[in-house]
Design a protein around this ligand. Structure first.
Ligand SMILES: Nc1ncnc2c1ncn2[C@@H]1O[C@H](COP(=O)(O)OP(=O)(O)OP(=O)(O)O)[C@@H](O)[C@H]1O
Ligand SMILES: O=P(O)(O)OC[C@H]1O[C@H](OP(=O)(O)OP(=O)(O)O)[C@H](O)[C@@H]1O
Ligand SMILES: [Mg+2]
Length: 296
């Protein structure tokens, strides 16, 4: 099975790190190599431009692809489940949570365009012509779309366009270029995409579960401690655990009091408060560790 992942740019590193954490270690390759093996002999990684990945998957060059929803939407249809797929659609299997950005319609701050209706008979420049045309159809505005391959923010200032549809995340680029957001076109983040015909394959399910387990572990910590057996209920009350803690009998303390070891998964935001509460109900030897993966 082949997974297409971004070969460079901002999505490259986080995607490799996700594969690594998911247990799909990518074998060392020289930079720019197109393919790489993983520790799983059935899984090959294919490096491609973020914008080309949806096409690789649609065409069958790859079975799975990791890229932005914006890129997938630009290249064709995207559906949430294989059962809803029409010919050529991609299935959006999982939101991987990084690469979050918005495609927005923006125009010069002090210009003549302050609502999408003002764009009738005018021109919109974008790297996303298909998404932009779909959007204009949806809102019922007849505007020209010109395709550019970068520096879109410049086009309204050189009379190439009256507005743009472009990616924004912090808003800095729009601000620097004195452009104001007029409307949201698409919310995007990086997703795991599959072709509908492979979406239910056991190997695909295995990759999906591995990715999900990484996301589930994010923001969670593993707590281990010892506690007097008679304080167990109090300890349990303190731990906002995932399906209740794991409790094991351990050796009694020096006074012969029964002791237990308690393990639990907790939200990292709760760790600080939880530790002092655990100490106050008699827990000792409290250990906090990171979790690599969590299969629920
Ligand atoms: N500013 C941003 N913040 C968050 N995500 C972004 C941002 N810009 C782009 N992305 C996401 O990353 C994807 C890839 O962007 P792009 O193709 O521009 O590559 P890049 O990482 O910028 O590298 P390069 O432009 O140098 O090829 C976009 O389709 C989008 O999903
Ligand atoms: O809202 P902001 O945080 O300013 O981000 C938005 C900018 O980020 C992306 O550009 P990128 O940095 O990828 O440069 P590129 O044009 O070379 O792709 C995008 O094309 C916008 O220009
Ligand atoms: Mg970019």
């Amino acid at each position: 099975m082949r997974i297409a992942v971004p070969n460079k740019g901002r999505l490259h590193e986080p995607t490799l790190s996700l594969l690594e954490r998911a247990g799909l270690h990518v074998e060392e390759t020289a930079d720019r190599q197109l393919y790489a093996d993983t520790v799983d002999e059935d899984v090959t990684v294919l490096f491609a431009r973020a914008a080309d990945i949806p096409e690789y998957v649609r065409d069958g060059a790859a079975d799975l692809g990791v890229t932005g929803l914006d890129q997938a939407a630009e290249s064709g249809g995207v559906v949430a489940a294989a059962s809803e797929a029409a010919d050529g659609d991609l299935v959006d299997l999982l939101d991987l949570g990084y690469g979050s950005c918005r495609l927005v319609l923006a125009a010069p701050e002090d210009g003549g365009v302050s609502a999408v209706e003002d764009l009738a008979e005018k021109t919109v420049a974008t790297e996303f012509p298909n998404v932009t045309r779909d959007y204009l159809d949806r809102v019922g505005v007849d505007a020209d779309v010109v395709t550019v391959t970068g520096a879109t923010e410049l086009t309204p200032h050189v009379d190439m366009a009256d507005a743009i549809v472009d990616i924004t995340s912090t808003g800095t680029t729009l601000k620097v270029n004195r452009l104001a957001v007029i409307d949201d076109v698409l919310d995007s983040s990086v997703r795991l995409f599959a072709r509908p015909d492979v979406a239910g394959d056991p190997k695909v399910e295995q990759v999906l579960t591995a990715f999900e387990s990484v996301l589930a572990a994010d923001g969670r910590r593993y707590l281990m401690m010892n506690a007097p057996k008679k304080r167990l209920d109090a300890v349990k009350d303190v731990i906002p655990g995932l399906g209740g803690p794991t409790v094991m009998d351990v050796e009694a303390d020096e006074n012969g009091n029964g002791m237990v070891a308690v393990h639990a998964v907790v939200d990292e935001r709760d760790v600080f408060e939880t530790i002092s509460e655990l100490r106050s109900v008699g827990a000792t030897g409290i250990l906090v560790t990171e979790i690599e993966r969590l299969v629920e």
